[in-house]
Design a protein around this ligand. Sequence first.
Ligand SMILES: *Cc1c(COP(=O)(O)O)cnc(C)c1O
Length: 392
Amino acid sequence: MRCTGDIEVRDLEEVAINIDPIQAGGRLTADAMKAIIAYGDGYSVCDNCRKPFRLDHIKKPPLDAFHHDLARFVGMDEARVMPGARRGFQAVADTYVEKGSPVLLTALSHYTEFLAIEAAGGVPREIPKDAKNIITADAAASRIEDVTREFGRPPALLFIDHFDYQFGNEHQVREIARAARAYDVKVMYNGAYTVGIMPVDGKELGVDFVVGSGHKSMASPAPSGLLATTKEHAQELFRTTQAKGDITGRAFGVKEVELLGCTLMGATIMGMMASFPHVRERVNRWEEELANGKIVIDALRSIEGTAILSEYPRKHTLTRVDTRKSFDRVAESHKKRGYFFTSALSEKGIGGVIPGATRVWKFNTYGLTKQQAEYLASAFTGIARENGIPVS
Ligand SMILES: *Cc1c(COP(=O)(O)O)cnc(C)c1O
């Protein structure tokens, strides 16, 4: 089936249980699907844009109220929508990082944090992970001191991912924020894997900036996300333009520099807004998500030679697993070689694992029903048994 020409219909979510780590939290709600059709045209949210002509002031549709709701949702004072978490990092880095400024991130940081720092001319320095793949407050404090010695000034910012994308491990955000505050270092909270799937309260955590990803964790189309901060920092981060045309004398009112005026002007913000009531509810069901995840984790652990590389018990639905001594052993002699595993999963209606993966791979059970989690668990143990791997 085709949409048109050579554009194929995408039916992965309809035909399979998709456990792709990056896709689970971004799956649209039916309400978002309706909204993106209605607002698919270019600048469609601008029909009723009136003075002062800015996205977060539009009343119809109620984008102004949505911005307030977003700020409250993450426990901060002010929020803006951004085309992806990465553009949130960039706005923060552009505001606070000068050429040559050191910036701390971590040994598990996402590449987009490095790129945001690079674009601002900053110098990245990593906080190491400990033996259990956790970023601790002690390590953060010690690196703040190292950086201060090396550069003669403290880091301009400290980026911390609440849950990292490699292991889905929880890091010591609250304690790191407390340590950073003692050194007067601002903290940028990366909630790409939290905002929209579990409760997040930035002020309670003591961070200065909260970034979330709409398409990663808020059931929204790409590119979308949010950037939130305190009243105090909003003045700097969301500063308005001072530019003036030297010939025409034109000035541009309340347009915000880091946002280049307006950000999401159609399907993206409307998809995000239509999903928001569902998202606000679903974060309260995080414990259920973990319980469903546990069904799958326990099944994998029962397969001889299989190790969970993420912290255990799990505090997130994204998990890294090592099957080198189980499924990869089968791959050595199987006629399909390394493809036997993903091909067997696919035959059972499970998608989202990188084709050929049998060694170290990741999956995310977010959004599965209990029944689907049980089915997935039995699919893993079933494939093990079919291939002679003992299951206890
Ligand atoms: C996915 C991800 C990002 C990037 O998010 P975008 O919204 O696509 O920019 C950043 N950080 C982490 C930890 C991620 O997992």
